[in-house]
Design a protein. Structure first.
Length: 107
């Protein structure tokens, strides 16, 4: 199951330095809902290697605003406490997400 990121916990999780993948989503976003099972699968698959989770922009907004999230879904990747240059927008295949997660872990 994907981790639930909130404005209260997201900075703390990123600060651990481990690889972090954040899927910014909303309940009204069709592509976000379609990708939800894939995000859950990847969270289980990479448990212990990366924190993979979801940030609901309807319930939270501060962190989304800081990261200029303008389109959903948007997926950001963090490592060593910092945002990486890896950024995905729009619906993604599981294969593409896995490739980006592997790229993140290898950084």
């Amino acid at each position: 199951m994907a981790f639930t990121f909130t404005d209260e916990n997201v900075e703390e999780i990123i600060a651990t330095g481990q690889p972090v993948v954040i899927d910014f989503w909303a309940t009204w976003c069709g592509p976000c809902i379609a990708m939800a099972p894939t995000i859950d699968e990847l969270a289980a698959e990479y448990e212990g290697k990366a924190v993979i989770g979801k940030y609901n922009v309807e319930e939270e907004s501060d962190f989304a605003g800081k990261n200029r999230i303008m389109a959903l879904p948007t997926i950001l990747f963090y490592k060593n406490g910092e945002k990486t240059t890896i950024r995905l927008a729009g619906s993604q295949t599981k294969e593409n997400l896995k490739a980006k997660i592997e790229e993140l872990i290898a950084l």
